[in-house]
Design a protein around this ligand. Structure first.
Ligand SMILES: *[C@@H]1O[C@H](CO)[C@@H](O)[C@H](O)[C@H]1NC(C)=O
Ligand SMILES: *[C@@H]1O[C@H](CO)[C@@H](O)[C@H](O)[C@H]1NC(C)=O
Ligand SMILES: [Zn+2]
Length: 437
């Protein structure tokens, strides 16, 4: 998920150790410049009015989220009964197929039971996954991985039983052709998607390698996160997989538009309020608006309000549930993933409009495989690194000129109409009551 520019971290560290002699001094300088860590993080993203922008985007998408939430809750109610799922209440989060209700892809089988067929022909290898992603980027005239990449990356957990951090990460070592991915790659659709995500970071590293060290980072961290996602979205749509001759996926999913969009929505739309809550909570912790004695309570209040979920069992201040999240335990900013989700669809729309054969297709059917026009546009954008401020890059390279939910909403419009109709037919309630707030 995260990306690390090793060299610029070292440089920053050197700057700090050279100019700040003691912790107290460091703290004082730091406090002078930024009110708190939240403000520092918001500044680093270069996105104007981070909080207002985040709220605006949520306003535009929360309707779609509420329809999806209603649909999913109704299916869970049918499955588990009213003693477990209340038809007007928040959803017990442990029923959503993951530890945090971060994405709901894990319960696809409950939501469309008859649609899934398992037609596994051959068992893919990890190497095939990475070669597939590399071939996709290369077909757009982007970059092949380097020999160092293949030699030094850790693509599976080591066989000698050493304990390693398996969370997917891409690294720019800052030395010649040394780019690496560290990930315990899963051999399923989600795993392949993540390979595209991490390789997207590496593409960005390679494109801006000629910039001075200080500019070797994303125009905004949200764009760094968006690239691989856009590519995965395009590459792993059914027609596009056929064009690449990808036959190495153990599961096959129904190809009608609604099933496809639902599958994506469980990943992308379910994710939005979660991504919003993670840093909403941290900004308030950093600013002191959430005091140490109410951290867990406020965490669940936010979760209930935005995600419409509740904990499986009673939680108290003796628990510290936020600490279970990798990015919170490791102090990595998270709102970039929220903005990145909107940016992915902006990027997809803009790139697809460059390709005559794809421009008039529905966005979720657009295949960028082999499209060098789109590849060149992307390469130009990536090679800038962070040498221009994000707002200028946005207005220069993106049709909308700023962050907007419009392409995401266009992408999911057929699904939203379907969900509204489906919820009306089944009498599913839309929205949820709050019990904690
Ligand atoms: C990447 O490698 C493939 C196969 O080895 C080669 O055909 C292709 O031209 C390379 N692409 C680029 C952009 O160098
Ligand atoms: C896919 O397979 C067909 C038939 O074997 C072949 O003609 C085509 O070139 C292949 N395409 C790619 C992208 O490998
Ligand atoms: Zn990432």
């Amino acid at each position: 998920m995260k990306k690390v520019n090793f060299l610029s971290s070292v440089l920053l560290l050197m700057q700090f150790t050279m100019t700040h002699f003691s912790d107290a001094h460091l703290q004082a300088t730091f406090v002078d410049r930024y009110k708190d860590v939240g403000e520092l993080w918001r500044t680093q993203m270069e996105i104007e009015d981070v909080t207002t922008t985040a709220e605006r985007l949520w306003k535009e998408t929360s309707d779609l989220y509420r329809q999806l939430h209603a649909f999913v809750r109704h299916r869970l109610l049918l499955r588990y009964g009213p003693s477990i799922v209340q038809d007007k209440g928040p959803v017990p989060v442990h029923l959503l197929g993951g530890l945090w209700g971060e994405t709901w892809s894990g319960i696809l089988d409950i939501l469309q039971p008859s649609e899934i067929t398992s037609s596994q022909t051959n068992v893919p290898t990890v190497n095939e996954f990475y070669k597939t992603a590399e071939r996709f980027f290369s077909s757009m005239d982007l970059f092949n991985m380097t020999s160092t990449f293949w030699r030094k990356s850790m693509l599976t957990a080591p066989s000698d039983g050493r304990l390693v951090d398996c969370h997917g990460s891409a690294y720019d070592i800052g030395k010649e052709d040394d780019y690496r991915i560290r990930m315990c790659t899963q051999l399923n659709m989600e795993g392949l998607h993540r390979v595209f995500h991490e390789m997207g970071h590496v593409q960005y590293y390679m494109a801006y390698r000629f910039q001075p060290v200080i500019f070797r980072s994303g125009a905004t961290s949200a764009l760094h996160e968006a690239l691989g996602e856009t590519m995965a979205e395009s590459a792993l749509s059914p027609d596009c997989m056929r064009r690449q001759n990808i036959s190495l996926i153990p599961e096959s999913v129904s190809e009608d538009d609604i099933s496809l969009l639902l599958r994506h929505a469980l990943k992308k739309i379910a994710f939005l309020p979660w991504a919003l809550v993670v840093d909403k909570w941290r900004y308030d912790v950093f600013s002191g608006a959430i005091s140490p004695g109410e951290m867990n309570t406020r965490w669940w209040k936010l979760r209930e309000k935005f995600q419409g979920v509740k904990p499986p069992v009673l939680r108290t201040e003796k628990d510290f549930d936020p600490g279970s999240k990798y990015h919170i335990a490791n102090n990595i900013p998270y709102l970039r993933y929220y903005f990145s989700t909107f940016l992915q669809y902006q990027l997809l729309e803009d790139l697809c409009s460059e390709v005559p054969s794809e421009a008039n297709k529905a966005l979720h059917r657009c295949c960028l495989f082999g499209s060098t026009q789109a590849g060149h546009k992307l390469k130009t954008l990536m090679s800038l690194g962070s040498s221009l401020p994000w707002p200028r890059v946005a207005s220069q390279f993106f049709r909308h000129g700023k962050l907007t939910a419009a392409p995401l909403l266009a992408y999911f419009r057929p699904l939203k109409e379907w969900l509204i109709e489906e919820n009306r037919k089944t009498g599913a309630t839309v929205g949820w009551f709050l019990s904690l707030n």
